[in-house]
Design a protein. Structure first.
Length: 319
């Protein structure tokens, strides 16, 4: 009994490292190994268990085949010994039955879950246990990749420096595709509000891509000045109407931002939709149509709220 306990302890200690070394642990290791001050959570333990089960499903048939070959060799060299023949048959039977149970259990669960619509039930998404932000008492420049903010030498608030444009700003643009004059044709009397919200949505960047609305492989499905959701809206541009929603299907999972993930099922259509949605005139036209149908800027309720613009939508926003 004591030997079994020690063996179990050994397995629990060595198995995670073995799975990691074998390349089976497909997660962001920089989040889960504490190098950025963040440790693993309960979800990561569950995910590791799922990865181990996947590994067993892959290696199980190989192990069963080896056991069956071993039993066959024992059966051949038994030389008519009844006890040896019986032992070999028992080993072979157990290997076959075990393999059948393993594969049948997976097939049964997978079939049932997919039958009730849970196509991505076996995909586990973990959100890292981020520790509280540090308190900064004095700083002049903040940088994140190509983005940076600089405090003026005279003091006061940070202002955009490089790579950020005016994203997040609620100031109406004086020129360009997001100016009040350019938006008047699509938004009418709401053009001034629209210009402010466009700045908050994308900084009036026609090539802006959402980092929260993503497919399972990390591509965006909300793009352009108005972050048009391609999985929900058709895109009409230059006389052509693209049925963009048909380029996607639901993945049945959510990404780390708790947003539903999509799967691209039509690559050609997806590419056409992204290109068309990044045309500033087409993007403005789509957004203007949405605003016209709703009667206000409710389709961008959170950006409107951020800019102090009221809408009919009672939308839960992260601020």
């Amino acid at each position: 009994m004591r030997m079994k306990v020690w063996f179990l302890v050994f397995v629990l200690i060595i198995l995670p490292q073995s799975v990691n070394a074998g390349g089976f642990w497909q997660t962001d290791k920089t989040i889960c190994n504490g190098t950025d001050g963040v440790g693993c959570g309960p979800c990561d333990v569950v995910k590791l268990g799922k990865v181990i089960l996947d590994w067993l499903l892959v290696i199980g048939p190989t192990i069963a085949a080896i056991i069956i070959v071993y039993a066959g060799i024992r059966l051949v060299i038994s030389k008519g010994n009844p006890a040896e023949k019986e032992a070999a048959k028992k080993i072979m039977t157990n290997a076959i039955v075990g393999l059948v149970i393993l594969l049948a259990a997976w097939l049964l669960v997978d079939t049932v879950m997919k039958a009730i619509g849970q196509t991505g039930w076996f995909q586990i998404q973990c959100v890292s246990n981020l520790k509280p932000d540090a308190h900064v008492t004095s700083i002049d420049t903040v940088s994140l990749g190509s983005y940076s903010l600089t405090r003026p030498t005279t003091g006061g608030n940070f202002s955009p420096d490089s790579g950020m444009g005016t994203q997040g700003s609620c100031v109406a643009a004086n020129s360009g595709p997001c100016s009040v004059s350019a938006l008047s044709a699509h938004f009418g009397s709401m053009a001034s509000q629209a210009s402010q919200i466009a700045g908050a949505e994308s900084g009036c960047n026609p090539n802006a891509e959402s980092r929260t609305d993503t497919t399972t492989d990390g591509r965006t499905y909300s793009v352009g000045t108005w972050q048009i959701n391609l999985s929900a809206h058709q895109v009409s541009c230059n006389g052509t109407t693209l049925d963009c929603p048909s380029a996607f299907k639901d993945a049945g999972t959510r990404n780390k931002y708790k947003v539903k993930e999509k799967i691209v099922v039509n690559e050609s259509l997806y590419t056409q939709c992204v290109t068309a949605a990044k045309d500033p005139d087409c993007n403005n036209a789509i957004a203007g149509g949405l605003a016209s149908r709703s009667g206000d800027m409710g389709d961008w309720a959170c950006s409107a709220k951020k800019c102090g613009i009221g809408t009919s939508r009672n939308h839960l926003c992260p601020f």
